[in-house]
Design a protein around this ligand. Structure first.
Ligand SMILES: CC(C)(COP(=O)(O)OP(=O)(O)OC[C@H]1O[C@@H](n2cnc3c(N)ncnc32)[C@H](O)[C@@H]1OP(=O)(O)O)[C@@H](O)C(=O)NCCC(=O)NCCS
Length: 338
């Protein structure tokens, strides 16, 4: 991984005690093969590569990665395909999915891999090196579904930058990848999910609901929406410091906060940022990444029954490796918390 992140060491130790299996839906991609070869050389995470066995092995040889011992599963030669087709039809019976169509759907690595997780043959999945975000996430939404206590699946990015003091600066931003125009209730759920996820990475959450207005300095429908969403989040989680609506400068700069909202406990020190919609969120995290020198990990999907994550199509092998560890470490997170 490109920078040492608080939380990674703990995740690896956890996986070493209880190794997990992770599906990579794009088994012939060189970045996946490089990450898989690194994981195979360790003993905490078993990669399952989806693809034609010969094609995967040839690709590994061509790119020079040792994947000896890898579990390669070819959707076209899978010995439990009948069981998988039946389960898929059952899961999608409300959409009247028929076996013939299910067989076609399962030829796609994203659906096939997601079904491996659903059947308990793998613990988690990482895809999206070549699929779009929507194509990676859709099978998870349709088949893995939202876990109890959650109304939506959302996502957050964890941003990491070494600070002058030598300590990493770690922030969470949400929802930059899934929910296009979240409602007030959804924004509240997104904030709570991002805070809980941030804690896994060592963040002590201080949550700002971002807007172009700070605590009433501006007016408008979008301002009301963020203020109401912040109130809803506070009502759901009175234990968390949550504030908003708030401008980004008031959220992060103690000097600006002293001027704009001196009595606010979050202002000036926010580290979990809730954006009004996916436009703002996606643009915002990329500004931090490209101009603020933060490493961005994510999108980390929140609220699914099993961890499934999406890679950026521009990812490198290092990012695949890091995201694989993050994804697998999210298995049983709720159980750990109980
Ligand atoms: C996530 C996304 C793909 C879902 O879109 P979609 O497939 O058109 O969604 P649909 O409304 O057809 O829903 C498909 C299924 O997912 C479920 N679903 C959709 N959004 C959901 C959410 N946020 N949480 C939980 N379930 C969701 C629907 O209920 C539906 O389930 P069903 O088929 O069992 O009835 C869409 O919201 C999207 O494109 N988001 C932006 C992705 C993106 O481009 N990100 C930027 C790059 S990082």
């Amino acid at each position: 991984m490109s920078r040492n992140m608080q939380g990674f060491g703990m995740m690896i130790s956890k996986l070493k005690k209880n190794p997990k299996k992770i599906v990579f839906t794009e088994g012939t991609d060189p970045r996946i093969l490089e990450a898989a070869s690194r994981l195979l050389a360790s003993n905490f995470l078993t990669p399952i590569l989806i693809g034609n066995k010969e094609a995967v092995e040839n690709a590994a040889e061509e790119y020079g990665y040792n994947i000896r011992g890898a579990n390669i599963i070819d959707p076209e030669a899978f010995d439990q395909i009948e069981e998988m087709v039946a389960l898929l039809c059952e899961l999608r019976k409300s959409k009247n999915l028929q076996p013939e169509r299910a067989r076609e759907v399962l030829k796609q690595g994203n659906y096939f891999g997601t079904m491996l997780v659903k059947m308990g043959l793998a613990d988690s999945l990482l895809g999206g090196a070549t699929y779009t975000t929507a194509d990676t996430i859709r099978p998870a939404l349709q088949l893995i579904k939202t876990k109890p206590g959650h109304n939506i699946v959302s996502s957050c990015f964890i941003l990491v930058r070494p600070s002058a003091t030598g300590e990493n600066e770690v922030l969470a931003m949400a929802d930059c990848a899934i929910n296009i125009k979240p409602t007030e209730d959804e924004l509240a759920e997104i904030a709570i999910g991002a805070s809980d996820c941030g804690q896994i990475f060592g963040i002590d959450p201080k949550v700002a609901f971002l807007s172009y207005s700070t605590l009433g300095s501006g007016a408008g429908e979008d301002v009301d929406k963020m203020r109401n969403a912040a109130q809803k989040a506070k009502a759901l989680r009175p234990d968390l410091p949550i504030s908003g609506e708030m401008q980004f400068d008031a959220a992060v700069s103690p000097r600006v906060a002293r001027t704009k909202c001196p009595d606010d406990a979050v202002a000036g020190h926010a580290n979990v940022f809730v954006f009004p919609d996916i436009n703002a969120g996606n643009i915002g995290y990329k500004i931090a990444q490209r101009m603020g020198n933060f490493d961005a990990y994510g999108p980390i999907l929140l609220g699914l029954n099993s961890p499934i994550n999406d890679l950026s199509r521009g990812c490198n092998a290092d990012e695949v490796y890091s995201m694989a560890i993050i994804t697998a470490a999210l298995v049983d997170v709720d159980a750990d918390e109980d």
